[in-house]
Design a binder for this molecule. Structure first.
Ligand code: AP5
Length: 216
């Protein structure tokens, strides 16, 4: 299955994509995660992308398109993928459609995670990510079993993302409204869009995702 997860920052796209990818046996491809890894390793791409990510701006188109193209060419993506955070504006969506034609591939569904600004801000300000394995927690809604210790790898470095500071969050929301939200209408017209009530608790969102995918 080839899926695109669309929605505002903090709507829970990454949380749901990582679960579903395991169930389906396809890679969870998050452009944000790929960029953060490149930044942590200080690769040339990471050095170029860092200032954009820290400010909550979109990273230049050519960088992101190259990352996605390379990642989709890897063996584990041959039978499906979940794209989380890409495409992020109309320019990326149109370039992606061309790329898929060249790859003789196509999107099966676009899941739109709908949540209000108040909800996403409360999720982002208390999000913590394990530096060791990337597991994502929320201090209130999904804390680790032992405070400060990752359930998955036992790591003790649960950190706040650099772009989860208040000013960067506000900027990401502005960028989302002007650049990414118009994609909801774009994909609705294609008939591929399915809406998810992303304000529900995590298990209910998971059930809703399964229901939207099973109905065709
Ligand atoms: P990216 O990493 O894609 O960030 P984002 O879109 O802002 O999305 P988030 O990761 O913040 O949120 P999410 O929806 O995945 O929520 P999560 O599941 O973590 O992008 C970061 C940056 O990279 C961009 O700003 C840009 O600079 C750059 N970039 C990336 N892609 C790009 C592209 N295509 N083009 C250009 N630049 C690009 O959940 C959030 C929190 O809520 C967690 O704490 C979680 O535990 C909790 N939670 C999740 N679900 C629920 C629930 N149902 N109830 C209660 N809490 C919940």
């Amino acid at each position: 299955m080839r899926l695109v997860f669309l929605g505002p920052p903090g709507a829970g796209k990454g949380t749901q994509a990582s679960k579903l990818a395991q169930e389906l046996g396809v890679p969870h491809i998050s452009t944000g995660d790929i960029l953060r890894r490149a930044i942590a390793l200080a690769t040339p791409t990471g050095v170029e992308a860092k200032e954009f990510v820290d400010r909550g701006e979109l990273v230049p188109f050519v960088i992101v398109l190259r990352l996605v193209q390379d990642r989709l060419g890897e063996d584990d993506a041959a039978n499906g993928w979940i794209l989380d955070g890409f495409p992020r504006n109309l320019e990326q969506a149109l370039a992606f459609e061309d790329l898929l034609v060249r790859m003789r591939s196509a999107i099966d569904r676009v899941l739109y995670f709908d949540a209000s600004e108040t909800v996403v801000v409360s999720r982002l300000t208390a999000r913590r990510t394990c530096k060791g394995c990337g597991a994502v927690y929320h201090l209130q809604f999904s804390p680790p079993k032992v405070a400060g210790v990752c359930d998955k790898c036992g790591g003790t470095d649960l950190e706040q993302r650099s772009d989860d500071q208040e000013e960067a969050i506000r900027n990401r929301l502005r960028v989302y409204a002007s650049e990414t939200e118009p994609l909801v209408g774009h994909y609705r017209k294609t008939g591929l869009l399915r809406e998810i009530r992303a304000e529900l608790p995590p298990q209910e969102v998971t059930r809703e995702v399964a229901a939207r995918l099973s109905k065709g």
